[in-house]
Design a protein around this ligand. Structure first.
Ligand SMILES: CC(C)(COP(=O)(O)OP(=O)(O)OC[C@H]1O[C@@H](n2cnc3c(N)ncnc32)[C@H](O)[C@@H]1OP(=O)(O)O)[C@@H](O)C(=O)NCCC(=O)NCCS
Length: 342
């Protein structure tokens, strides 16, 4: 039997070098673990998760210990954007770190304990929808989430390719013209984004209103388009939106991002494809592939070494597009939802 003690922690407590050292040796938790970040990079990323949660008055972090040995830590935060968009209080388990080398039984006991604190916090904050996104490899935690009533809301795959080995397959297509997106492209981009992501948790959740869920991606591209190259984009982050025009009308777009701080942590340069959408009327004619080729070409010119793309396990066309372009599945991410305080 284990005797676990849980203590709330403040931002200054977390700044102790001991905590950062402890984080460096915890079980895989960061979504980009497959890029083999060093222990210091892992610790710094995870510290950022805790600091991010505690930067808000409603955020909380807890440590779970046995004697004087820390075995687990959890960070909890309200999701301001989601709460405002859906008109219901949304929160999430921002990160949950556990020590390496524990037996299955102890891992389960630890997760159950940390989850109890998460539920207590969510109750106090009157959270209606509590979310946890985690690596599919976290099977003990997944089991605890299920026992606590969480339900799987979506499943995503993260894919990666080194740009050096990915050559464009499409020759130039004289019908297609590529350029940076402009603010006046917005109505066309919104129209083709509507209904384009039916497997996302926002649309799949049986309680969230489907129309509001579908709008999430419309707001995403709208914000990207209106905020790119402005001071609303975080320092060191570059967001680009490229459109493909066919006969003068926009037929598809791709949004991609680079992040200097992330590159510095990983010690390599990563280009992230955020969204790629082709208008339904023009699918299956090579436009998606041509856009992806252009994006990868732009990344290569920018000195980027690898391209990363994420999509849903059931988004078959996107998976096929990425695989054909040479990207390989690296990680599966699961998102769980718990409805509470109804
Ligand atoms: C994914 C998407 C961008 C593909 O665009 P597209 O212009 O239709 O794709 P292309 O015609 O260039 O096809 C490229 C490759 O994708 C695959 N593909 C595209 N549509 C497919 C389908 N319906 N079934 C199976 N494979 C498909 C094929 O492998 C194809 O290569 P091939 O023609 O050499 O066999 C488009 O389906 C779309 O907008 N989907 C909704 C949004 C989305 O899922 N975005 C990706 C996640 S952000």
């Amino acid at each position: 039997m284990t005797t676990l003690t849980v203590m709330p922690v403040s931002a200054p407590d977390l700044n102790a070098p001991d905590f950062e050292r402890w984080l460096a040796g915890t079980e895989p938790e960061w979504f980009l673990e497959y890029l083999s970040p060093g222990p210091e990079a892992r610790a710094r990323h995870l510290m950022g998760r805790f600091a991010g949660a505690l930067a808000w008055p409603t955020g909380r972090a807890f440590l779970c210990s046995e004697g004087d040995r820390v075995l687990g830590a959890i960070a909890l935060e309200r999701m301001a954007w989601d709460s405002a968009h859906f008109g219901i209080e949304c929160g999430r388990i921002a990160t949950c770190c556990i020590a390496q080398g524990l037996s299955v039984e102890r891992r389960r006991a630890l997760h159950a304990e940390l989850l109890r604190d998460a539920l207590r916090w969510a109750d106090e904050q009157k959270i209606r929808l509590l979310q946890r996104r985690l690596l599919a490899s976290r099977v003990d935690e997944t089991q605890c989430l299920g026992e606590a009533g969480f339900r799987l809301a979506d499943s995503m795959v993260m894919m990666l390719a080194p740009l050096a080995i990915v050559a464009p397959v499409c020759g130039p297509d004289p019908r297609l013209a590529f350029r940076a997106a402009r603010a006046d492209d917005l109505p066309a981009l919104l129209a083709m984004t509507r209904g384009a992501f039916p497997h996302s948790r926002f649309v799949q959740d049986p309680i969230l209103k489907v129309s509001r869920g579908d709008e999430v991606y419309q707001r995403w591209i709208e914000n990207l388009l209106l905020n790119q190259h402005t001071d609303k984009t975080p320092a060191g982050t570059k967001e680009e939106v490229m459109v493909c025009a066919l006969g003068g009308a926009v037929a598809g777009y791709a949004a991609y991002r680079t992040d200097r701080a992330l590159d510095a942590l990983l010690g390599r340069r990563l280009g992230m494809l955020d969204l790629i959408v082709v208008d339904k009327a023009h699918r299956g004619q090579g436009i998606g592939r041509a856009l992806l080729d252009r994006v990868m070409e732009a990344m290569r010119k920018d000195g980027i070494g690898e391209v990363e793309a994420t999509t849903w396990t059931d988004q078959r066309e996107a998976l096929a597009l990425y695989r054909r372009a040479g990207l390989q599945e690296k990680e599966t991410l699961l998102t769980y939802h718990l409805w509470m305080n109804g």
